[in-house]
Design a protein around this ligand. Structure first.
Ligand SMILES: Nc1ncnc2c1ncn2[C@@H]1O[C@H](COP(=O)(O)OP(=O)(O)OP(=O)(O)O)[C@@H](O)[C@H]1O
Ligand SMILES: [Mg+2]
Length: 250
């Protein structure tokens, strides 16, 4: 018997915004243990897909399953509690709180405690926050206000907030955008080591094809709300449709 590696699956997902199809009958599965990349031109529906999986956008048709359980109707907070966490295209850190305080808020939220902007200064949250900071090498900025971080560290801190939710699946919307080409690889190395250590599967939207080629086990190519190619980076990058719709346009 082969083991079922399916972690997340979507079936027949449809989302339109004012007549524009952002998801056009999307059916696919994400496997446990994989680091899956999503690529595609601007406006092709990549962020919409992450929004659907995390409950921020509700599909007009179709369903989302996490380990076989239908999560389509659940609100984002419940989906996070079920094991899917995400980072956003624009980091969502509280800029006037320190990096450690941001992490403590994330840990408290995971425990079901939501107190808005009040830092929850419990020793166990502080200690756990420091474990996550060490995991991604951000110890030196623990006491810095999140709003003062350089972009690379800010992106990494944002991903760490999502990791602190202890997800089974982490969705990352352009984790390396806005940073130098060199720094992108540092972020990815750190991230990959952290994901391995936490045994967390991930799906990430990425525009840098070298990053995708270096780190992804699988690539899903979006075009006008549809997946037009799906496979390992090598074959996908030599697929004529991908060259025409994504690579040629870059
Ligand atoms: N909340 C919304 N309201 C209206 N239209 C939306 C909304 N979210 C997305 N869209 C539209 O849906 C389409 C897909 O957008 P989406 O943000 O998913 O693209 P993307 O692939 O993430 O693009 P980018 O690479 O620029 O981040 C676009 O035409 C966009 O304008
Ligand atoms: Mg996007």
């Amino acid at each position: 018997m082969t083991e079922d590696r399916t972690l997340l699956s979507v079936r027949g997902i449809e989302v339109s915004f004012a007549g524009v199809k952002a998801a056009d009958n999307v059916t696919l599965s994400i496997n446990r243990g994989d680091f899956t990349a999503i690529i595609g031109a601007n406006g092709s529906g990549k962020t919409t897909f992450l929004n659907i999986c995390t409950g921020y956008v509700k599909p007009q048709a179709g369903a989302v399953y996490l380990e076989g359980r239908d999560i389509t109707a659940l609100p984002p907070r419940d989906i996070a509690q079920q094991g899917i966490a995400r980072s956003f295209q624009i980091p969502q850190l509280f800029t006037d709180q320190t990096v450690r305080e941001n992490l403590m808020l994330s840990i408290a939220a995971r425990e079901g405690i939501f107190q808005g902007f009040t830092p929850l200064d419990r020793r166990e949250y502080r200690e756990e926050a420091d474990v996550f900071l060490a995991l991604v090498g951000l110890e030196s900025v623990a006491d810095s206000l999140a709003g003062t971080l350089p972009e690379g560290k800010r992106k990494l801190a944002d991903v760490t907030l999502a990791l602190a939710l202890k997800p089974r699946l982490l969705l990352l919307d352009e984790p390396t955008s806005g940073v130098s080409a060199l720094e992108r690889f540092d972020i990815m190395e750190t991230l990959m080591a952290a994901l391995r250590e936490r045994q967390t599967s991930a799906l990430f939207v990425e525009h840098d094809m070298e990053v995708v080629r270096s780190y992804a086990d699988r690539v899903l190519v979006w075009d006008a709300g549809r997946v037009i190619s799906d496979g390992q980076p090598g074959p996908v990058f030599s697929d004529e449709r991908v060259i025409k719709s994504v690579l040629g346009a870059m």
